[in-house]
Design a protein around this ligand. Sequence first.
Ligand code: ZN
Length: 437
Amino acid sequence: MAVEIPRASTYMLANARVAVELAQGAGLSADADGLAACDILVRDGRIAGIAPPAASGSEPRVDVRGGLVLPRFVDGHTHLDKGHVLHRARNPDGTFLGARNTVAADREARWTADDVRTRMDFALRCAFAHGTAAIRTHIDSIGKQTAISWPVFAELREAWKGRIELQASALCPTEFAIDDEPQFRETVATVARYGGSIGGLSFMGTPPGEKFDRALDRVCQAAAANGLGLDFHVDESHSPDAVTLEPIARAVIRNRFKGRVIVGHCCSLALASDADRGRIIGLLGEAGIALVSLPLVNLYLQDREAGRTPRWRGVAPVHELAEAGVPVMVASDNARDPFYAYGDLDMLEVFRESTRILHLDHTARSWSGLLGPATAAAMGFATPGKIVVGGPADLVLVGARDWFELNARPWSDRVVLVGGQAIDRTLPDYRELDGIA
Ligand SMILES: [Zn+2]
C-alpha cells in the first residue's frame, strides 16, 4: 500500500472507509455494506476523532483513497505451543488421529522451555506483523508439560505487553477431573497462578456418560472457586458419538456457573438432526455460552480419508447459532503443526477463508465483528477490537474499499499501525527454526 505514515504526533487519515460496527463513538451512518467514509484524526498515538470527510485541515494528511481502515485483530483460539514443528513432526496421513499421535510424540521428546519459547515467540511475531492485537492460546497441560509451558507463556505475556495481549487456556482431557485427580489439581493450581481458563478436550472417541457429567461438575466448581473461565474443545469429529456439547451446556446451567464459557469446534453439531441442533442451540443460549469456529483447520482435518474426496466442510452451524443469538467467533486454531500444515496466524486470512467456507457473504447479517470485537467481548480482552475515539490508534490499513475487495486478495501490503506508528511488517524467516530440530 503506497501510503507514508508521518512521524508527526498529529495527522489525519483522510478519505478512509470504516465498518460502522467497528467504529465506536463515531456517529457515522452506514451504507448498504455497513461502511462509511470518514477522516480519522490521530493525535499522540490515539484516535482523537472520527468525522465525515472534509476537504482540508491544518494537520498533515495521509490520503488512503477510500481504503478500509480496520481495528487491529483479535484471535481467540490458537495453539502457540504446538506451532511451527512441521519440519520435524509431520502428520503421516493428515487425519485427526495422525495429528494427535504425532503431537504427543513431539511433545514428549522435544518440548523444553527453550523449544516452546522459540516457537511461541516466532508465532507471535507472525501474528503481530499481520496486525493482531490480542490472542488466546491453548496450552497442552499434560504430565510434565504443564510446569514447562505455563511459565514460558507468562514470560511471553509480559514481554509482549503493549503489542499483543495474551490469554491462555489449559488443554487436557476433560475427564482428567475424574481419572487423574492429582494432575487435575495441579492444572487448576497452575492456571489459578497465571490466570486463564480450564475445560479441555471433551470428546475422546466414546459417547459421554455419567462420568463425563461428574467431570464437568468438578471442572465447573474448580473454575468458579478459582475465578477461572471455561474453554472446551468440543466434538471435533463427524462421529455420531460426538455429542458432548449438550452435557457441557447442561453442566454450566446445573452448576450456575457465572464466568465466561467458550466452546470451540462443535463440528458434529452441523450433522445433528434439526430437532437436536435446535434444542442444543437453545441450551447454549440459556447457559450463556459463546462458540468459536475454526474453519481452516476443520476443512483440513474433517472428513479426510485416503483415496476419498471429502463430502462435508466440517464446520459448526454458525448461521443458525448467530440467528438464535449465540455469540459466534472465528479463529486461527493451529499453524504449521500436525493439526494444520499451513496457517500464519493472519486474522485477515481467517476472515477471508471463513467468509468463503461458511458462506458469510451475500447475507443480510453483518459479520465484521468476527475480525475482533465479537471475540474481545466473549473472552474479556481489554483490547476492544474496535476503533474507539480516545483509544489507541491501533489500526490496519488496506487498499480494499469494500468486503469483496477485502476478501479477494491477501493484502500482504497492508499497513499496521500501533500507537499511530507503522510497524515493521517483516515476517520471521522459517530458517530461524532450523536450529530447533
Ligand atoms: Zn484448538
